[in-house]
Design a protein around this ligand. Structure first.
Ligand SMILES: Cc1cc2nc3c(=O)[nH]c(=O)nc-3n(C[C@H](O)[C@H](O)[C@H](O)COP(=O)(O)O)c2cc1C
Length: 198
């Protein structure tokens, strides 16, 4: 079926949206009402078995410095270089708003952990896209903080949880350049691929 997608603003947005580097963000971030809409859209993702295997923790204001201090402490304990420690301390200060997305998979007889982690990844992407659609700069980042057990605990995550990402949200200081995308021929086929068995 041929569908007319000319002049469709949603298709246009999806074809052109880009992330903005966190270092190219400044205030303001979204206000509380706008943030609640962005978070609600982030929760509107496929979720096999309705397990809601994700949580959102909004980091703003003093919490950005507090979380950075924990990240810096972790790197210092591991003997990292002072410039790495300083960067870790300042990381959450780059944007006025950071949403930490925790993947909180449950043990389930039919729904594997991997599917619940994918759902958390989908929530990260939809949060990012929702913030961008609202006109904000947004970027999905992880870095070593995402694998720091003290950070995870401070966000309320347990030992079986994972930090799926930190979604940085702010106002862009410059427009991002287009990023090269893989040619469709490299990543998609329109029929079952040939195998040596046939
Ligand atoms: C799970 C995940 C983690 C990422 N972590 C980082 C990161 O730590 N540092 C970084 O520079 N980019 C990271 N990126 C890539 C950024 O999100 C990057 O801005 C993105 O690839 C730009 O894509 P877009 O313009 O299509 O939105 C990560 C991406 C994903 C999916």
């Amino acid at each position: 079926m041929q569908v007319n997608i000319q002049d469709n603003p949603v298709i246009d947005f999806l074809q052109n949206r880009r992330s903005v580097l966190a270092r190219n963000m400044r205030t303001p971030g979204p206000d509380r009402d706008t943030l609640e809409i962005i978070l609600s859209i982030g929760a509107r993702v496929p979720d096999h078995g309705k397990l809601t295997p994700w949580r959102f923790v909004v980091i703003e204001g003093d919490d950005c410095a507090k979380l950075g201090d924990i990240a810096a402490m972790g790197l210092a304990e591991r003997g990292e270089e002072p410039d790495m420690i300083a960067a870790a301390r300042a990381q959450f200060l780059r944007a006025p708003c950071v949403v930490a997305v925790l993947a909180c998979p449950r043990v389930h007889p039919k729904i594997p952990r991997s599917e619940q982690i994918y759902s958390a990844g989908a929530a990260c992407m939809l949060l990012t896209a929702a913030a961008q659609a609202a006109g904000f700069a947004a970027q999905w980042l992880t870095g070593s903080a995402a694998y720091d057990t003290a950070i995870r605990a401070r966000l309320g995550g347990g030992p079986d949880d994972e930090i799926a990402g930190f979604i940085y949200i702010g106002t862009r200081t410059e427009e991002p350049a287009e990023r090269t995308r893989p040619p469709l021929d490299d990543i998609a086929v329109f029929a079952l691929p040939e195998t040596s068995a046939e």
